[in-house]
Design a protein around this ligand. Structure first.
Ligand SMILES: Cc1cc2nc3c(=O)[nH]c(=O)nc-3n(C[C@H](O)[C@H](O)[C@H](O)COP(=O)(O)OP(=O)(O)OC[C@H]3O[C@@H](n4cnc5c(N)ncnc54)[C@H](O)[C@@H]3O)c2cc1C
Length: 447
C-alpha cells in the first residue's frame, strides 16, 4: 500500500526519460502523488551519462546541445534547480569551420527578430550575399509534404554552410527527406527570435548530472516513488478507462481517480496501447568520444562543414564528435570511424596529426524518428481514447522534432492534461491509494 496524497488519485508515470521526468516533477511539485516506473537501472533514457571503462571517465551517450530559446527545457532545468550545472556561452554564436578550405566563421544572430546582421558582410557566412538569406522564407510557405532540399536551393554556398548543418542536426534527418515545415518551426523558435534565444547551453559534467539526477532528487524530496527495473508489459482496460498496470512481476490496480502517463519510446507505446499509430522509421546518430583535452581557448563546440564529423564538443577531458542521420556510416567498423572522425577533429582545431587517442564509438541506431513529412503524419496527440491515459515522449505531436525540448514539452503537456481532468472530476470519496500485487498471485485479462 502506498501513502495517500493531498490531491485525489495517484499519477503513474511510466518511463523515466526526459518526457516522464518532466511530467513527474511538474505534478509532484504541484502536490500530486506520483509513482515513476522505469524498466532500466537508471533514468534519462536516450539522454544519459555513464562511466566508460575503456576511456576511464564519464561520457554522455550522445552530445546534446540546448539553446536558450528552448523554453520548456529551460523551465524544466530551472524547476529542478540545475541551471548552474550548464556552461552557457556569453555570446549567441554558432562557430563553423570548413575543413576543405580552412575558412572559419560564426553565425551571430542580432538582438531582435529582424535579421539585420545579414546585411553586414562580416557577419554573413563567407561566400554568401544578403539576398541569399531570403530563401529561408520558402520554408515558412512550404506545403506539408515538402522536404528541405526541395524548398531551399541545395546547390548554394549558404545551403551547404548553414541550412544543411542546422537541418541535419535539428531534425536528425537528411535534407532530401526532412520536413521543410518542421525546420521552419525550429528556426522560428531559435534563430528567428534573435540572440536571446540562441545562446548555447551545454551540460558541464554530463547529461545525467544536469538533466536527470537533480530531477530524481526533487522527486524524492516531494515524496514521489521511483521504481527502477520495472518494465510495463500491458495495460488493463475496463469501462472505458485504464484499470491496471501489468509489469513483468507485478500488477498495479488503479483507483478511479488515478491517471497514467505513458512516457515510453514510440515502438513500446504502440505495443501497449491498442490501435496506436506512431512514427516507425528511425534515424541513427553516431558519437565518437576521444580521451583528449583540447586547449582551454578552443570553442565549446563547432560545426564542421566538408567532413564526416558534423559537430565537435569540447569537454573537460574528452572531445566528442556527433554525426546525425548517420545512415551512411553507422555500419562502418568502429576502428575506421575513430580514425576518420579524429582526422576531422585535427583539421577543425589545427591539431598535429598524431595517432588517434583512445576513443569510444557509440552508435544509437534508433536515436530518433526520421522527421520526414510521412513520419510526421504518424505522430499521435497526447490524448487517448481512455480519459485517464495520456501519452508523452518526443514522438508525440509537439510540433517540434524529437529533441530534449520536444520531450520535455510533451511531458509538461501530459501533466497539464492530468490537472485539467482532475479539475473536471468530482472530489475523491476516499484516500488516494494504490495496491500492488505480485503477478504470480493473480491473473488479469489483458486488453
Ligand atoms: C545520440 C543522441 C543524440 C541526441 N542529441 C540531441 C541533441 O543534441 N539535442 C536534443 O534536443 N535532442 C537530442 N537527442 C534526442 C533526445 O535525446 C530525445 O529526444 C529525448 O531524450 C527523448 O526523451 P523521451 O523521454 O521522449 O524518451 P526516452 O529517452 O527514450 O525515454 C523513455 C524511457 O522509457 C523507458 N522504458 C522503455 N520501455 C519501458 C517499459 N516497458 N516500462 C517502463 N519503462 C520503459 C526507457 O528505458 C527510457 O528511460 C539525441 C538523442 C540521441 C540518442
Amino acid at each position: 500500500m502506498i501513502a495517500t496524497a493531498a490531491k485525489p488519485g495517484r499519477v503513474h508515470v511510466v518511463g523515466a526519460g526526459l518526457a516522464g521526468l518532466a511530467a513527474s516533477v511538474t505534478l509532484a511539485d504541484q502536490g500530486h502523488a506520483v509513482t515513476l516506473y522505469e524498466s532500466g537501472p537508471q533514468a534519462g533514457g536516450r539522454c544519459r551519462s555513464f562511466v566508460d571503462p575503456e576511456l576511464g571517465c564519464r561520457i554522455d551517450n550522445g552530445n546534446h546541445l540546448l539553446l536558450t530559446g528552448n523554453a520548456a527545457a529551460l523551465a524544466y532545468v530551472e524547476r529542478i534547480g540545475a541551471l548552474d550545472s550548464f556552461e552557457q556561452s556569453a555570446e549567441a554564436a554558432i562557430p563553423f569551420v570548413d575543413i576543405e578550405t580552412g575558412e572559419r566563421w560564426a553565425v551571430r544572430p542580432g538582438g531582435g527578430a529582424v535579421p539585420w546582421w545579414v546585411l553586414r558582410a562580416g557577419r554573413r557566412v563567407p561566400g554568401t550575399r544578403a539576398r541569399d538569406y531570403l530563401d529561408v522564407l520558402r520554408l515558412w510557405r512550404a506545403a506539408p509534404g515538402d522536404t528541405v532540399a526541395a524548398v531551399l536551393a541545395p546547390d548554394t554556398v549558404l545551403f551547404r554552410r548553414l541550412w544543411e548543418p542546422l537541418a541535419v542536426a535539428a531534425l536528425n534527418t537528411g535534407v532530401d527527406d526532412a520536413s521543410a515545415r518542421l525546420l521552419w518551426r525550429v528556426l522560428a523558435e531559435t534563430i528567428g527570435r534573435g540572440a536571446a534565444a540562441c545562446r548555447p547551453m551545454l551540460a558541464r559534467e554530463g547529461l545525467s548530472e544536469s538533466l536527470v539526477d537533480p530531477a530524481l532528487s526533487l522527486l524524492s524530496r516531494r515524496g514521489a516513488e521511483i521504481r527502477f527495473g520495472t518494465r510495463l508489459k500491458a495495460l488493463g482496460f475496463a469501462d472505458g478507462r485504464v484499470t491496471g498496470l501489468m509489469f513483468d512481476d507485478d500488477v498495479v490496480d488503479l483507483r478511479p481517480h488515478d491517471s497514467v502517463i505513458l512516457a515510453v519510446p514510440a515502438a513500446i507505446a504502440a505495443r501497449i496501447v491498442p490501435r496506436l499509430v506512431v512514427p516507425d522509421d528511425y534515424a541513427p546518430i553516431v558519437n565518437a568520444h576521444f580521451r583528449y583535452t583540447l586547449p582551454p581557448g578552443a570553442p565549446l563546440f563547432t560545426s564542421i562543414v566538408g567532413g564526416t564529423a558534423e559537430w565537435v564538443f569540447r569537454k573537460r577531458e574528452v572531445v566528442s564528435v556527433t554525426v546525425s542521420a548517420a545512415d551512411r556510416i553507422v555500419d562502418r567498423p568502429a576502428e575506421e570511424l575513430r580514425d576518420t572522425l579524429w582526422r576531422d577533429v585535427t583539421l577543425a582545431f589545427g591539431l598535429p596529426a598524431t595517432a588517434t587517442p583512445p576513443a569510444r564509438i557509440v552508435k544509437e541506431r534508433r536515436a530518433t524518428f526520421r522527421a520526414t513529412p510521412a513520419q510526421l503524419e504518424r505522430r499521435p496527440v497526447a490524448a487517448t481514447a481512455w480519459p485517464n491515459l495520456h501519452l508523452a515522449g518526443d514522438y508525440v505531436d509537439t510540433g517540434l522534432p524529437a529533441t530534449i525540448e520536444g520531450a520535455i514539452r510533451s511531458g509538461f503537456a501530459a501533466a497539464a492534461r492530468v490537472r485539467q481532468r482532475r479539475a473536471l472530476e468530482p472530489a475523491s470519496s476516499g484516500p488516494a491509494t494504490q495496491t500492488s500485487t505480485p503477478i504470480q498471485d493473480r491473473q488479469r485479462a489483458l486488453p
